[in-house]
Design a protein around this ligand. Sequence first.
Ligand code: COI
Length: 369
Amino acid sequence: MSAALSFPVEQRSDPRSDAERETILANPGFGKTFTDHMVLATWSSDEGWHDGKITAYGPLSLDPSAAVLHYAQEIFEGMKAYRHADGSIWTFRPEANAARFQRSARRLALPALPEDDFLASLKALVAVDQAWVPSGEAGEMSLYLRPFMFASEAFLGVRPAARVTYCVIASPAGPYFSSGLKPVSIWLSSDYVRAAPGGTGAAKCGGNYAASLAAQVEAGENGCEQVAFLDGLEHRWVEELGGMNLFFVYSDGRLVTPELTGTILEGVTRGSILELAKELGHTVEERRISIDEWRDGVASGEISEVFACGTAAVVTPLGRLAWDGGEMLIGDHSVDDGVGATTAAIRQRLLDIQYGRTEDTHGWLTRLV
Ligand code: COI
């Protein structure tokens, strides 16, 4: 599909001052503050994609009957822009996000955005807001990019919208978890499932995340930070955390991650780790893993580390698994920070590539500025 859009810049008349921006960049947290501009484009059934632009970041005007507000016809992506030591700005495997955005669009009956337009929109936004990309040297800082698309047609009938809005916002980001790199505790949900076969589990759509929130509340009520979901048919097979994929490290060096069955998200970080782990000498397996295998493996020591991964949280170790009626500690608690050696090595390798500290032998980086 060839490119359909251009993104002329409407410069904001009241950008934040250098001092205001530097204050935000000094301690951005995650997803709390946004840059001066955003991308907008419109699709309609009669005109196709049109009216691409970079404009001032600000509230969108939406008719109360806009279909997304009623039927959740919406998809999104999560990416990061990384500043390298020489000042250049890069992103990681954007073609994979662009392709997934198209797959998600197909599942949610939204129009496909050509890959070239997806990438051009990111380049245009980061070029105009490049001062908002934090220095990568100070910890895990980046500019988090959030492309999304939603049904903006004012119509209450249930059918694919004839008018759709594409938008990209950008948010300076530190670590996803405010506690920094520390093992997180996981609640195993037995009442709730995130996705079922034939559903939208493999699409990156807001509805999947909405469906995970009650389970997330339950996790909090049980003293846990995140929730793990099992499959919707047998309630036996480990799927994902809702916002992150899972990896199990075996004491013999194997790495196992749940296979893609259509009900879990095909994470770009997940796919990258499968390749990096092999290069680091691990055998990798994509297959079903049952909750019994998880619990028995941790109990026997056969599973030595478990970690979650995603663009936002990179690689995050799991430290405790709790469920209705029990709990267990995971991993090596003799190490100071609770981050196992394999988890730490994979995390480091990935970050070194993203921040340009090691050679990008896979061609995973695309220069934005
Ligand atoms: C990401 O890792 O980018 C995600 O999309 C997870 C979450 C912040 C929704």
